[in-house]
Design a protein around this ligand. Structure first.
Ligand SMILES: Cc1ncc(COP(=O)(O)O)c(C=O)c1O
Length: 488
């Protein structure tokens, strides 16, 4: 049993610095002396001494056998994993490595259609053939719901050779799928369950939060420790707990997607974030949940405002909701999420994580203060005083078209010759890009798929209404990049 009351990497670097070395390695700033004074005047000097590299004390991320190995073992123990890896290129590189590790060129992998774009990059690198699976839609909020076990089973029945299922859970909005049941189905088919848990590294520390992926049978998961714990931006971790994963291949793939000069500040931040979670995780999550719950109740009580709570569990494939996320809608005042986000920041200096067509999202962590939540609630109260309620505010959600036929894998499409054509001429062509209108933010077309009439009609409605379209090169969908046809 490891002792979690340790920070091996922080201690190793401290020990190294204490030797007062004449330093002739990379980085060139020489333990702070060479950093711009303009910068150190603002932020202080000390931190830069910890920006070191592989030394006799500080180990090597790519073949760890000292402080980094020990720090990763502590992490692994805390999360109950069989192996855990530090990542210095975010969950982005972890998702890529997972996909690269489970399928060879042309092999099938089931992928949730609402996956982060790093999944598409993983598919491009690996050459795997995606079999997409659609999340349910929570239309009342204009949001993506979960993936249901029934959908997963049906898709495996049609594609029993799928090597793995790649899902996002929790979503950006804190929505969790029934991973336990889904993991059981995957394993019946000898397939791995890979979870993009970018937004879920904190779930393991409080019983009022939905259970984490590893606790529910996932074979691998990746967590952006920088999103919800005290780690620095880009610092993520990958956990593995499975008989099915080839760990050597996974480690080799992590070499491909990560720098050969991994940043020691990032890795130390992971070491220290793990230390805090191990020692104080429950209190930290208690604080976040308490702040969020109090604000949610008060916003729900404001006439015309809505703030999503646990009532959506059981609908649209949703098995749980992370109570530290505040999803706020003021659409009854005719305000889109984008407009609300702007008002909150411009007038009240309240800075939300994101906005969509209908909602704004606040991520509440243990490090937020009551005063910050007060400002958010007060701002909502003032906005409600100022704006008047509208009669009809529902934004009509057209029926999603059937998934279009996949003519090329994402990798084939990425490397094929492409050209830009007018949107009006796009029916029947193979897309070279991904287009996702909001809401619900699900890609309607992926690279390599045929732009059917149904897909075109669906997107045309968004284009005409000048609604938000993500992925379109010009933002307006006047043009689209398609694969060049052979006769051209
Ligand atoms: C669901 C999801 N997966 C992956 C990522 C990428 O994570 P990172 O920023 O740690 O690379 C994000 C980033 O927002 C995300 O929302």
């Amino acid at each position: 049993m490891c002792n979690q009351d340790k920070t091996p990497l922080l201690d190793a670097i401290t020990e190294f610095i204490d030797t007062k070395p004449a330093y002739f390695r990379i980085p060139g700033h020489r333990l702070e002396r060479g950093i711009s004074k303009k910068w150190t005047d603002k932020v202080g000097k000390e931190i830069f001494a910890y920006d070191v590299t592989e030394t006799p004390f500080t180990d090597d991320l790519h073949s760890p056998e000292g402080a980094i190995e020990e720090a990763q073992e502590l992490l692994q123990e805390l999360y109950g994993a069989e192996r855990s890896f530090f990542l210095v290129n975010g969950t982005t590189c972890g998702n890529e490595a997972m996909l690269l590790s489970v399928a060879l060129e042309g092999q099938e992998v089931m992928v949730a259609r609402n996956a982060h774009k790093s999944a598409m990059m993983g598919l491009i690198i690996s050459g795997a053939k995606p079999v997409y699976i659609m999340p349910e839609i929570l239309s009342e909020w204009g949001l993506q719901g979960g993936i249901t076990p029934e959908q997963v089973r049906r898709t495996f029945e049609a594609h029993p050779a799928c090597r793995a299922l790649f899902l996002v859970s929790p979503s950006y909005y804190g929505i969790v799928s029934d991973l336990k049941a889904i993991a059981d189905i995957c394993h019946e088919y000898g397939a791995m369950l890979l979870i993009d848990e970018a937004h879920g590294g904190h779930l393991y520390f409080h019983e009022d939060l939905p259970k984490g992926a590893l606790e529910q049978g996932a074979d691998m998961c990746v967590q952006s420790m920088h999103k919800v714990t005290g780690a620095l931006t880009q610092s993520s971790v990958l956990h593995m707990k499975s008989q099915l994963v080839d760990v050597e291949r996974l480690a080799a793939n992590l070499h491909i997607v990560q720098s050969t000069s991994p940043n020691y500040l990032l890795m130390t931040s992971l070491d220290c974030a793990r230390y805090e979670l191990a020692l104080h995780g429950t209190e930290m999550m208690e604080q976040a949940l308490r702040l969020a719950e109090d604000a949610r109740k008060r916003i729900q009580a404001i006439d015309g405002f809505r703030c999503m709570g646990q009532e959506v569990v059981g609908q649209a494939g949703i098995a749980g909701v992370d109570g530290t996320r505040l999803i706020i809608s003021a659409k009854e005042f005719g305000l889109t999420g984008f407009a609300l986000e702007e008002i909150l920041f411009e007038r009240y200096a309240v800075n939300m994580e994101l906005a969509d067509y209908e909602n704004v999202l606040a991520i509440v962590t243990y490090a937020n203060t009551q005063e910050e939540l007060e400002r958010l609630v007060k701002a909502c109260e003032e906005i409600a005083q100022e704006y008047s309620r509208m009669q009809e505010t529902a934004c009509e959600q057209p029926q999603l078209p059937q998934l279009p036929e996949q003519m090329l894998t994402p990798r084939q499409a990425y490397f094929a010759e492409a050209e830009e054509i007018a949107w009006q001429q796009a029916v029947g062509r193979i897309s070279a890009e991904m287009i996702a209108p909001y809401p619900p933010g699900i890609p309607i077309i992926y690279p390599g798929e045929c732009i059917t009439q149904a897909v075109w009609d669906y997107l045309e409605k968004f284009r005409r209404e000048k609604r938000h379209i993500h992925g379109s090169r010009d933002g307006r969908l006047e043009v689209i990049k398609v694969i060049k046809e052979e006769s051209e």
